[in-house]
Design a protein. Structure first.
Length: 347
């Protein structure tokens, strides 16, 4: 029996811990990936507080290994898997999807009903030396990108790309797009907006370091607080064509929605748990779009990896060893990371 390191949730509403578990063996249709690096996500922190009843409702099984921003090399291939070979560098699609339901066959795999449980959220993820993949659809070939640090592109990058892609039809040439919260996801959104539009990109964050970084990757204007007055002042009073909220607390939701021009778009991506009070009339942008989602599609992840491979997107990371996982999560919770935290497992 060959053992490996894994960082796992072992009980409901408790802290995860490092343990040793058996290395899985791939069966028919499965692929075993030797993990090179795995990114950490703020949602990992919320999983520590999920009660058993809610976890069961989501279809989660305990225990499970955390980590849904994973990349590495193929270590073994089960019977029937074609198109890949041992040693291939791959990243793993972050959200789970079945590939055959009404949503998946229409390219809306981020809305797949089976996506509530997957690698790193209710099933074994990538914070381990090896991870078992059940569907070759989840494999994203890497060319020049280093699998040790490519993991965040599959979630932070792809989720931000999904948000920007949804807003693009509402952003005209020379318009204004606002990104509230320029951390791991928001910094990707700043880059995508600067790359895919001619809009004035406004970065909003309370951290001076994050605003400095946002400026370096394409933001044109900086605000240290999300206020209606501040955003509207930058647009001559008209309002922003799009506001993408990567924070999602009461104050950012209220300011973000109120700052959108008629016919514009507000996207709620942040999982801060905020609400919007008041009636819809007069409270939402007239003839506008208000949307929210979780995750991204496989196509989103493929396109983000393509942009990164072409050198058009920066993937800023801070790396940690397996023994430093608790420190990395503490830094994530304290919001002192400038880039995405990535745990290196290939050493």
């Amino acid at each position: 029996m060959t053992m490996m390191r894994a960082y796992r949730m072992t009980a409901w509403a408790s802290s995860p811990r490092a343990v040793e578990v058996e290395v899985p063996s791939p069966g028919p249709g499965q692929i075993l990936v030797r993990v090179a690096g795995c990114g950490l996500c703020h949602s990992d922190l919320t999983m520590r507080h999920v009660p058993e009843a809610f976890g069961a409702h989501l279809g989660w099984a305990m225990p499970f290994t955390l980590g849904h921003e994973t990349a590495g090399h193929i270590a073994a291939i089960g019977a029937g898997v074609t198109g890949f070979a041992e040693g291939d560098a791959v990243a793993l699609v972050s959200p789970t999807s079945c590939g055959s339901c009404w949503y998946c066959v229409r390219g809306l795999d981020s809305a797949c009903p089976q996506g509530l449980a997957g690698r790193g959220y209710g099933r074994d993820g990538g914070l381990a030396d090896y991870v078992l993949v059940n569907d070759r659809r989840a494999l994203l070939p890497l060319r020049s990108l280093d699998p040790a640090t490519a993991g965040p592109l599959t979630d932070a990058g792809a989720t931000a790309y999904h948000a920007v892609r949804r807003a693009l039809p509402r952003v005209p040439a020379g318009g204004t797009a606002v990104v509230i919260g320029t951390g791991g996801l928001g910094s990707f959104a700043v880059q995508f907006l600067a790359l895919l539009t001619s809009a004035q990109v406004v970065a909003v964050d309370t951290s001076p370091d994050r605003l400095d970084y946002a400026r370096s990757i394409g933001a044109h204007r900086m605000l240290d607080e999300a206020t209606v007055h501040g955003i509207r002042e930058l647009t001559g009073g008209r309002g922003a064509d799009a506001v993408l909220d990567f924070v999602g607390v009461d104050s950012t939701i209220a300011a973000g929605v109120a700052s959108v021009r008629p016919g514009g778009a507000y996207g709620l991506i942040g999982a801060g748990g905020g609400t919007l009070e008041g009636p819809w009339f007069g409270n939402l942008p007239r003839d506008g779009v208000v949307y929210t989602f979780q995750g991204s599609t496989i196509a989103d992840a493929q396109e983000v990896i393509g942009l990164a491979d072409a050198g058009l997107v920066r993937n800023a990371v801070e790396t940690f060893t397996f023994d430093q996982i608790d420190d990395a999560y503490a830094r994530l919770e304290a919001r002192t990371l400038r880039g995405r935290a990535v745990v290196l497992l290939g050493e």
